[in-house]
Ligand binder design. Structure first.
Ligand code: IPM
Ligand code: MG
Length: 358
């Protein structure tokens, strides 16, 4: 049986702990399912690598991982290395050349987890945020001149292309169509930003014509934060620019109970390059090495990875196991108000996988 070749990049901080947990769970799942298995290649790139070599990953790094079936990524960011170096040196250095333009962030309230929203118990909040992941405010276009002088100038230009906007809006409509409610909200700010965001709106209306079965609406980003909080049940699939979706997805994760459970997938839909799967939470140095990081975000992104690999039944089995574990407050890590360890949660998920007969 040919294994799926997965490039594991644990990176910094709790990335190490959660990726180790994720690998253990994926191996247990393959063993339970039969029919497929994994071969993990581990790469020690990240901030320690940077301190030793002056770069976050080697010059031929992309060549080393471009033929893998997927990338399983922990986190980057260290207290003693500037964030723009860690981000642009590793995460964006993979996302952008591999054209992982669709960033997919599902949010639900898992069993046993309490939303900070009063009256919201679970079914009212079931969203997928589609984040444009290749351009917009993260295009890297801009510069600084006359540094340190009174006339210093700095710009960050949000660059949007017709092809880039069209492909992400189309991806979001297709995803919305695949979900039971067939509902898409397009987030914008075209009242204030009168060039790129107006083009974004126009393209949304054009693409919508190909999806008459999808109900869609448009929402200004500031009003969107209110709607997410006040009327979560009115939303399903959401598409937004790189920066808007970055902000909205943190709000979404908080409303679903914890950043520790939120997953993300960086997808190259055409499959010309491997896609990359990671928990949203980041390196969390304050708790690194303590064995208390919540591995659920990593397990959930492992489900996204399995779906991308075409192993939907295994993805469903893993999600069932995760939900059985979150339902038990004794298996909540400190971010959820509990005292469980990463290991205890991982062991419980593995036990649930072994006992699952679905
Ligand atoms: C995210 C993160 C990153 C981002 C940070 C670490 C730069 O917040 O994945 O949402 O803004 O893209
Ligand atoms: Mg973010």
């Amino acid at each position: 049986m040919k294994p799926y070749r997965i490039a594991a990049i644990p990176g910094d901080g709790i990335g190490q702990e959660v990726i180790a947990a994720g690998i253990a769970v994926l191996d247990a799942l393959a063993e339970r399912a039969g029919g497929f298995r994994f071969a993990f290649d581990r790469f020690d790139w990240g901030s320690d690598y940077y301190k030793a070599h002056g770069v976050m990953m080697p010059a031929d790094g992309l060549a080393q991982i471009k033929d893998h079936d997927a990338i399983f990524f922990g986190a980057v960011g260290a207290p003693d290395v500037p964030d723009h170096i860690t981000l642009w040196g590793l995460r964006l250095a993979i996302c952008q050349p591999f054209d992982q333009y669709a960033n997919v962030r599902p949010t639900r309230i898992l069993p046993g987890i309490t939303s900070p929203l009063r009256h919201v118990t679970g079914p009212e909040l079931d969203w997928v945020i589609v984040r444009e992941n290749s351009e917009g405010e993260y295009a890297g276009v801009g510069g600084r001149v006359h540094q340190g002088h009174d006339n210093e100038v700095a710009t960050d230009v949000s660059m949007m292309t017709r092809s880039g906007v069209t492909r992400i809006i189309r991806y979001a409509f297709e995803l919305a169509r695949s979900r039971p409610r067939k509902r898409l909200t397009v987030v914008t700010k075209s009242n204030a930003q009168r060039h790129a965001m107006v083009m974004w709106d126009e393209i949304a209306a054009e693409v919508a014509r190909d999806f008459p079965d999808v109900t869609w609406d448009k929402m200004l980003v500031d009003a969107m934060t209110m709607r997410m909080t006040m009327k979560p049940q009115s939303l399903d699939t959401i598409v937004a620019t790189n920066l808007h979706a970055d902000i909205l997805s943190d709000l979404a994760a908080a409303l679903a109970g914890s950043l520790g459970i939120a997953p993300t997938a960086n997808i190259n839909p055409e499959r010309r390059f491997p896609s990359m799967f990671e928990p949203i939470h980041g390196s969390a140095f304050d708790i690194a090495g303590k064995g208390i990081a919540n591995p659920v975000g990593t397990f959930w992104t492992a489900c996204q990875m399995l779906e991308h690999l075409g192993e939907k039944p295994a993805a469903d089995r893993l999600m069932r196991a995760v939900e059985r574990v979150t339902a038990d407050p004794a298996l909540h890590t400190p971010d959820l108000g509990g005292t469980a360890t990463t290991q205890a949660v991982t062991d419980a998920v593995i036990a649930a996988i072994r006992g699952d007969n679905g």
